[in-house]
Design a protein around this ligand. Structure first.
Ligand code: SF4
Length: 358
């Protein structure tokens, strides 16, 4: 049964769809929505989030081309199959020429944003800057980097070479929980990186994982507050999926329905952030990316890495579409968008925050 105060609370907080400022919600209010166990409540939350997305961002799903170019990593995130202690991981690093060939495929597919992602592989900043420069001068496309924690000077070199955006998920904003998921890393250094990126003028994305061991609804509520109050341009959220060759292999996966409620609450609070329907949500017992779009998400990132690289880039097991030829997923995007009642948008689709469209 729907709780009697559910609809009044939803409308009081988020009912004014035209409000274009981030909507503040208290920890208790967010926990109230996160704790819902009722399918009708979930539907009402997601429907309002989708309407809010349509009003502030348009009834569209933006397409970005993902290229995973290196699975080497010096970090030890306990949830990730690429962590340096996983000696069974089959590592790869694409050559600059292979990265440029993948960029060409993204361009040929008519996509105007490329997302270059890797583990923290220590690639020389100058080498990556050269690749950025070459992509930028061949194609008129936005470049998003997702290569982890680096020095401010390195972020600066890449920005000057032409990078437009940077994704760095915080995963958890609770220092203790963060410590329990990472060895030898502190939340403070992650936050400092995010601050550097925003100060350098990157369109900056962050995000979090739902359901790692030790996480409570209060943690999630605080993460949501952090993400909307920092006005990130992009926010990615996915469920925790245990990888068999990591210290968290025996922990249960995060809840899909809770993840969808987090997506909806991020839409309702941020109004106009770009929210991807993440591959992790597509890699559970079934593909939940359409449900994520129906909960207010509005980005899809088909994978343009070579097949061999896709298979080896195994952050979590069961990743969707690893055997399809590079770029083949681009063909499915129309179907996914239409199933959610959205049109596909192949433009650069820069931040709505900086352009003041929200
Ligand atoms: S999550 Fe990223 S930084 Fe952490 S181990 Fe995996 S690839 Fe490395």
């Amino acid at each position: 049964m729907i709780r009697p105060d559910f609809v009044p609370t939803l409308n009081r907080l988020f009912g004014d769809i035209s409000n274009n400022k981030p909507v503040q919600a208290t920890e208790d209010e967010l926990v109230y929505f996160l704790s819902s166990q009722n399918a009708e409540e979930q539907q009402l939350l997601c429907d309002l989030a989708a309407q809010t997305r349509d009003y502030h961002c348009g009834k569209r799903m933006v397409v970005r081309g993902l290229v995973e170019f290196s699975s080497y990593c010096t970090n030890t995130c306990f949830y990730c199959g690429l962590n340096r202690d996983n000696t069974r991981a089959d590592r790869f690093q694409l050559s600059p020429q292979e990265i440029l060939s993948s960029a060409d495929l993204v361009h040929q597919a008519g996509i105007n944003t490329i997302v270059l992602q890797s583990g923290e592989d220590g690639m020389k900043a100058e080498l990556l800057a050269d690749i950025i420069w070459q992509i930028k001068h061949r194609y008129d496309m936005a470049i998003t980097l997702s290569v982890g924690e680096r020095e401010n000077d390195e972020y600066k070199i890449w920005k000057e070479a032409g990078a437009d955006r940077y994704l760095l998920r915080v995963e958890s904003t609770d220092p203790e929980l963060y410590r329990s998921l990472h060895r030898g890393r502190e939340l403070a250094s992650r936050l400092a990186c995010l601050e550097s990126l925003q100060n350098l003028g990157y369109q900056t994305g962050s995000g979090m994982m739902v359901g790692p061991p030790g996480q409570t609804l209060i943690h999630l509520a605080r993460d949501i507050q952090f993400l909307y109050s920092r006005e990130f341009d992009m926010i990615g959220v996915g469920p925790f999926i245990p990888h068999p060759h990591t210290p968290l292999k025996d922990s249960p996966a995060g809840s899909v329905h809770l993840t969808l409620r987090v997506v909806a609450l991020l839409r309702l609070t941020t109004r106009n952030a770009w929210l991807p329907a993440t591959t992790a949500l597509g890699s559970m017992d079934k593909d939940y990316r359409v449900e994520a779009l129906k909960a207010g998400a509005n980005v899809l990132m088909p994978n343009f890495s070579p097949v061999d690289a896709k298979k080896k880039y195994e952050i979590y097991p069961g990743k969707r579409c690893v055997t399809e030829k590079a770029g083949a997923c681009a063909g499915c995007t129309e179907g996914i968008a239409h199933a959610a009642g959205l049109e596909t948008d192949w433009t650069r689709a820069d931040s709505l925050k900086r352009r003041g469209e929200g």
